[in-house]
Design a protein around this ligand. Structure first.
Ligand code: ZN
Length: 143
């Protein structure tokens, strides 16, 4: 099911050096009371912590890449989980030989530099609830 949303506001700025990438994005969304939106970002991180969802076991496995990487692309969305703005983001990261790595962004990824754009939408409140087939907290609508 797809729902119409309307762009109402766009925020653009730089995130703090050494801040955690996912926590910094989540903090902005909570400060700005953003309940619905999309995120894009680029920059660099000092190291990365990523998740990969094991579809058989229905759980996230996490892994770390312990070196500096470029954020080639970060794409994410903002919705509500347990009543709070929640960021779901995936990143593609590049190393010094142009190889890329990617995954579901989790806490543990310190920023070296990051430029982000957040597009705020108006629309039906999407909130996350655990969906039994996938085991994932997927979107349902409030109205
Ligand atoms: Zn994900």
């Amino acid at each position: 099911m797809m729902y119409p949303v309307k762009p109402v506001r766009t925020l653009m700025g730089r995130l703090d050096h050494d801040a955690d990438l996912l926590e910094a994005l989540t903090h902005i969304c909570r400060e700005e009371r953003i309940q619905l939106g999309r995120i894009e970002a680029l920059g660099a991180v000092k190291k990365a912590a990523l998740g990969y969802y094991d579809q058989e076991k229905k759980l996230y496995r996490s892994f770390e890449i312990d070196r500096q990487l470029e954020i080639l692309n970060l794409v994410g969305n903002i919705s509500l989980k347990e009543g709070e703005p929640f960021v779901h983001a995936h990143v593609t990261l590049g190393d010094d030989e142009g190889r890329s790595y990617g995954g579901h962004l989790i806490a543990g990824t310190p920023i070296f530099a990051c430029e982000a754009i957040i597009q705020v939408y108006e629309g039906p409140a999407l909130r996350r609830e655990v969906e039994p087939v996938t085991g994932l907290p997927l979107w349902v609508t409030l109205n």
